[in-house]
Structures are given as C-alpha cells and as structure tokens.
Design a protein around this ligand. Structure first.
Ligand SMILES: [Mg+2]
Length: 226
C-alpha cells in the first residue's frame, strides 16, 4: 500500500550497529532497471522474433510475472536462456544509464564515520552487481556485499534474513534495514529486524510513494544528523 502521508523516521543511531542496504531503487536509480526490462528488452526481443513491440511487451510481461518475487527474476542466465538473448551484454550496452541516488556516498561516509557495519544486500544477480559496482564505484563503501543468490532465497522470502544472520553475524535488535520494497521490509520485520525504513523515491521517473506501514525517506540526507 502506498499513500501521500509520510511516516517520519525516528532514528537513534546509538541503537544501531549494522546497516543493511538494498541496491536497486534504494541506492541506485531504478529507472535503469525499469528502462532495461520494460523498454530496451522489448525492442530487442521484438526485432529478434520479428514481432511488434506491442506483442513483445505482452509476451515478456507474462514471462516476468511468472517469476516475480523469486530469484529467477534477477537471474541473468535464466533470462538469457529463456529469451535467447545475451542479457549481460545488453546490460553492458546501456550501462551509461546506471546512476546513484542523491546523497548516497555522503550517507555511506556518514555511517562509516559513526563506526557502523555497512552491508549491501541485494536480490540482484552477481553479474548485474558487478556491472553496477564497476559503473558506480560504490564497492569500497561496504564491509560486506551479499547477493541473494548466495543465500538461495529472495529477500522477500521467509528464511532469508535468518540465513543471512547465520552467515554474516549481526544483531537484529541493533540493525537498520533500508529498502524500496515493502515486501522486503515486511520479511525483515517478521524476522525481527529492529529498524525498517522505506525509500519512497526509487526512480527519478516515478512519483514519490510513501509506505503506509513503515517510516519513509525520499533522500538519505534525512537519516544524517545535523
Ligand atoms: Mg530495491
């Protein structure tokens, strides 16, 4: 559920040791991903199969829906095979469109200055992660970078955070999770992560949409003390 009314985050940094951050839509502009899957791939797929863009979009949307919310959705090899396209190469071709949201490097520096452990936790495929880290140069800001692929579940699936905490020790009662996906925040909540914050401006091309359940931010500067 989304709404116009914003729940303001009340964050006491002294209660936080670990910061878990999502990548796409949270740190990076989701416009790249939306453009890639909703515009670039339909064009290439239509050309390859000699069909109209409209038909390509319809066929692709049905295929996307089948795997929504599980790891196949982000698996480049799965899509390369399913669509008979080199998805990795196609992503590289449009990588100039990958961009970092405002105040992200400043926020990461801020967390570092407070001595927090910073983890990037993403559903993105390792090949996508590599393309994005190469392009944005954000890798060195993180203590750990984890692809859901490594855990074997998507972040919104029950069991993910438990497994993550077994592999990378963190105290859930002293952890902050920031994500643009409400289903991910809900799974974090069920596991017992103490602080959950929603990013309401995931893409420069989409309107702000605050969570009705979780405190929201538009930009990370809202979490940085004066
Ligand atoms: Mg996201």
């Amino acid at each position: 559920m989304i709404a116009d009314s914003k729940i303001e985050p009340q964050l006491d940094w002294q209660e936080i040791d670990t910061v878990l951050l999502d990548m796409d839509g949270t740190l990076l502009d989701k416009y790249f991903d939306d453009y890639f899957w909703e515009e670039h791939i339909p064009e290439v797929y239509a050309k390859q199969n000699n069909i109209s863009i409209f038909t390509a979009e319809e066929e692709l949307l049905a295929k996307y829906k089948e795997v929504e919310g599980n790891l196949e959705w982000t698996d480049l090899d799965f899509w390369s095979e399913k669509l008979d396209l080199d998805i990795e190469k196609l992503k590289e071709e449009v990588n100039h469109m990958i961009s970092v949201h405002p105040y992200v490097p400043e926020f990461l520096d801020y967390c570092r200055s407070l001595g927090k452990k910073i983890m990037l936790v993403t559903n993105a495929h390792p090949k996508t992660l590599k393309i994005k880290m190469n392009k944005t140069k954000l890798r060195d800001f993180f203590d750990e970078v984890v692809c859901a692929d490594e855990i074997g579940l998507a972040k919104e699936q029950d069991g993910f955070w438990q497994k993550l905490s077994e592999k990378y020790e963190f105290d859930k009662s002293r952890t902050l999770l920031v994500d643009d996906n409400n289903a991910v925040l809900e799974s974090g909540e069920r596991f017992g992560i103490k602080k959950l914050i929603h990013v309401s401006k995931s893409s420069t091309m989409l309107p702000v949409s605050h969570s009705t359940k979780f405190p929201s931010i538009i930009f990370f500067k809202e979490l940085m003390g004066e």
